[in-house]
Design a protein around this ligand. Sequence first.
Ligand code: KG4
Ligand code: ZN
Length: 338
Amino acid sequence: MSTTLLAIETSCDETAAAIVVDGKEIKSNIIYSQIELHKLYGGVVPEIASRKHVEKINQVIRAAIEEAQVTWDDIDGIAVTYGPGLVGPLLVGVSAAKTLAFAKGKPIVGVHHIEGHIAANYIENDELKPPFMCMVASGGHSHLVYVKDYGEFEIVGRTRDDAAGEAFDKVARAIGLGYPGGPKIDKLSKEGNPSAIAFPRSYMEDAPYDFSFSGLKSAVLNYLNSCEMKGIEINRADVAASFQQAVIDVLTDNSVRAAKDFGCTKLALAGGVASNSSLRQSLIDRCAKESIEFYYPSPVYCTDNAAMIGVAGYHEFIKGTRHDLNLNAVPNLKIGER
Ligand code: KG4
Ligand code: ZN
């Protein structure tokens, strides 16, 4: 017998719903991105995001059900992101899930957003099963996670300050590219020289799998200021490419080191930054040299979406994990917490 879940994701600025069968088959994956709305402000405005989620959530859920051509009789449960993320946006998804669960008599399984990002790797990679090492790099997180089993995680490294995506967004703003910066830096970097400017790479001696991106961000800002003061014309493509290479070198080195140290023959990449084409290539090349199998999701499953929540939710659902109508948004939810 198969298990069909309606999945809902509203932790940041994407209103998303999906129908997922057996944690694998994505019957529909509807994403309403609010990016255009937040661009005006150079970043996500939580209050605006919450209001837009309220406006869009029913529409997006309806579209997911229609596109999948299922009825409520086919749906076995509802998977919903309940943390971490912005509290207002999270509450919209959680309230929608609870309302539908009550009205339709369906069970709920609450899902951790980062566990969702990790689970995105299962969608297109049949052979990927735990244990493996996963580098999660998004706008809010940069974590190295040892995935011991489905639903069993150990964080082995984390950022001390900015997340990788946050650094992309801040540097993009500084060179006038606008929000969100990741895809724009990715594109502009292709026209630049990654060795043009020697930006620093931070490695922590006492914590070999941790990251720090704020020093790199400051180095870029200092470089831009000093060029301006000296009247030197800035080559934005070279700045973008050199910054991006500094991030890629650290993410690649630390994740491959962690995989080897933990005896993992498999390494996966997840989160919005995972859609970066040069980062993928760097890890493809390094993993080939180190005989590590490397996995990454298609770009649509890297940035926020509900399909990944349906996949992570499925693995909890079949274990019997259920949440009741007291489920609340938990903005600082820890990975592995139920
Ligand atoms: O996972 P995500 O959609 O949302 C969070 O959970 O944070 O990640 C969004 C982040 C943003 O910081 C965005 O700039 C970054 O992912 N991003 C990228 C690329 N596409 C999105 N960073 C680098 N290269 C990209 N191609
Ligand atoms: Zn995310």
